[in-house]
Design a binder for this molecule. Structure first.
Ligand SMILES: [Zn+2]
Ligand SMILES: [Zn+2]
Length: 117
């Protein structure tokens, strides 16, 4: 699988490569989980956190905070290392760094995403 750039939805700044994304299929059961089907959030693999996001997390001393696009300051997601986050369906704990799908452009998912609207 080749990696593709993920861009800020607003300014098209390249944020990172999609190789660091974990699909929500790994976090929840598609039959029970609305969030999985809507794909409202995406998650970043903890061993592939992009350098600039890691820096933000370190600035907050591994607590929690929001992730903004470095160029236009659009809020693209957030992280929470304190309490952890549960998936919207409540059944599973999701990875600490999540991205809001509607705020980023991910080439492969775009067609799916448009169908949901
Ligand atoms: Zn779920
Ligand atoms: Zn931006």
């Amino acid at each position: 699988m080749s990696s593709k750039p993920i861009k800020c939805h607003k300014c098209r700044n390249i944020l990172f490569q999609d190789s660091c994304i974990i699909d929500s299929s790994l976090t929840c059961n598609p039959e029970q989980c609305e969030s999985y089907n809507i794909k409202r959030f995406m998650y970043i693999s903890e061993d592939k956190v992009p350098e600039w996001i890691k820096q933000k997390i370190e600035e907050e001393q591994w607590t929690k905070g929001k992730i903004h696009c470095e160029k236009c300051n659009n809020r693209i997601g957030s992280f929470d290392y304190i309490s952890g986050r549960k998936c919207e369906c409540g059944t599973s704990v999701v990875p600490p760094i999540h991205l809001v799908t509607s705020q980023i452009d991910r080439p492969i998912l775009l067609s799916n995403f448009n169908n949901v609207k």
